[in-house]
Write a protein that binds this ligand. Structure first.
Ligand SMILES: Cc1cc2nc3c(=O)[nH]c(=O)nc-3n(C[C@H](O)[C@H](O)[C@H](O)COP(=O)(O)O)c2cc1C
Length: 192
């Protein structure tokens, strides 16, 4: 079960934008993040929710999409995310948060998959511009943006080719292919 959920939880970048995501659903996903592990159990993460056209329209232009797909400028209108969860670090609780946001983000994406949704963690964010437009107080560090929606793309996991290229790619019918390194490559065996 968990293996299937993890396999299906892919980074999705094209959505049925007309499918709205309720605040209740976003709160359900934030609850999965809330229950995740946190260094020193400090729980410094805070969450900004966006699921309305106007706020989504403010968030979207600050995001960078799929850096390896040079010809693609990101999702077109109609295929954009229906919602965002912006993960903030509360510097009054902890400075330099490094790992907590990854755990929170993955819990959110796993939860989204379970609800028939999908999303993408976005670190390529124009943080200054986003902070200014959303009036995010200095106390909060913008750590990660999670885009969410009803998935509109087919994503296929691939093995790495002989050239070892890790770049994802799109096929002629728009399917998105994601190479993953093999177990043999990633498990380090040392002889003590
Ligand atoms: C920390 C982190 C930052 C990421 N930032 C971006 C981003 O700015 N833009 C984007 O399109 N995808 C981003 N991604 C998604 C990765 O490109 C994606 O995880 C990778 O291509 C592998 O695909 P998969 O998630 O389906 O396994 C990010 C992922 C992680 C974990």
């Amino acid at each position: 079960m968990i293996s299937d959920l993890v396999r299906r939880t892919r980074s999705c970048r094209r959505f049925h934008e007309e499918h709205s995501i309720s605040t209740e659903t976003l709160r359900e996903l934030v609850d999965l993040a809330r229950l995740g592990a946190s260094g020193g159990n400090k729980q410094p993460l805070k969450y900004l929710l966006s699921n309305e056209r106007s706020m989504n329209g403010v968030v979207f232009p600050k995001l960078g999409w799929a850096g390896y797909l040079k010809e693609w400028k990101g999702p077109e209108s109609g295929e954009r995310p229906s919602a965002y969860i912006i993960i903030l670090g509360d510097n009054d609780i902890r400075k330099s948060i490094r790992v907590d946001q990854g755990i929170a983000a993955q819990n959110i994406l796993l939860g989204a998959t379970g609800l028939g949704l999908a999303g993408c963690m976005i670190d390529t964010v124009d943080r200054d511009w986003l902070r200014k437009d959303l009036r995010i107080p200095d106390r909060f560090e913008i750590l990660l943006v999670i885009a969410l929606g009803k998935p509109k793309e087919k994503i296929v996991l691939e093995s790495l080719g002989p050239d070892g290229d890790i770049r994802y790619w799109r096929d002629a019918s728009g399917g998105h292919h994601v190479p993953k390194r093999s177990q043999e490559e990633i498990i380090v065996s040392l002889k003590p």
